[in-house]
Design a binder for this molecule. Sequence first.
Ligand code: SF4
Length: 332
Amino acid sequence: MLASGPGKVSDRLLDWYDANARSLPWRSAPGQDRADPYRIWLSEIMLQQTTVAAVTPYFERFISRWPTIEALAAADDADVMAAWAGLGYYARARNLLSCARAVAHNHGGRFPADEAGLRSLLGIGAYTAAAIAAIAFGKRAVVIDGNVERVVARLFALAQPLPLAKRRIAEHADRLTPNHRPGDFAQAMMDLGATVCRPRAPACPLCPLQSCCEARALGQPEAFPVRPARPDRPSRTGLAYVLEHRGQVLLERRPPRGLLGGMNGFPAEPPAAADWRSAGQVRYVFTHFGLTLHVMHATSEGRPGGLWWPVADLHRAGLPTLFRKAASQVWQ
Ligand code: SF4
């Protein structure tokens, strides 16, 4: 690290936090009394995989309806699931309730105050346990989320790619974490990553750590953290048979499981003997492979059974993008 020690980094960051902390409904102000563990736990569970902007209205609704851990523990499962609807990853809501009931019934309504105790609760992993221990209980804990990972990888210009770099990031983060105000330090790192040291276009001129940041000194902050090279996606080919009969086209509903399960599409096998001609091909990239779909087209006098749809109304057939592209090969 350039011209600076760990103590200096945490001091600068805490000074910056005192002036720039985000005001969030689950937080107490910088340097104030510790935050309520229930609010910190609820917000951290909600924030897993979701943004602050998406979480805030949910958090406020939950807190006004179930202001304490005991109130949440006594709630109906269906009410909690309904209040969670839209936040996604529904296993988190089920774990939330189980955890609330465990704290209410087995821990006298108080969250354990250390990382090990917190980690024994359902839905609380290493990151969440460290965050609650630091922010709600003032314990020195090394809190590492994606924002912190990015800031540390840049401060030290770590050349090792993720996820291999995680161990070194944890070592550096440990050295940077101060003994005093560990909760504010954790939140300051999160805020710096979210508002200044952003994934794209970090605002280095506004950063309190700019003079000790190696990635900035190299002139390429966005190069860190280094991402592993993506393995090439395998490519596959497929066929789609577009059979037309008097202004209608034959569709089929795909099986419920598997690729595009339950969606309408064109058959992958010829649905009738006909003069099939190539209408070209479309390419589509799925998460795990790239697909080249050869589109075959024919008109027929006969009308085999199946789901016939007016060509003029095909935009209402609920076709996924792949098959909409295939249709546009036939009817430009
Ligand atoms: Fe991030 Fe730039 Fe600050 Fe370095 S100087 S920590 S890259 S915002």
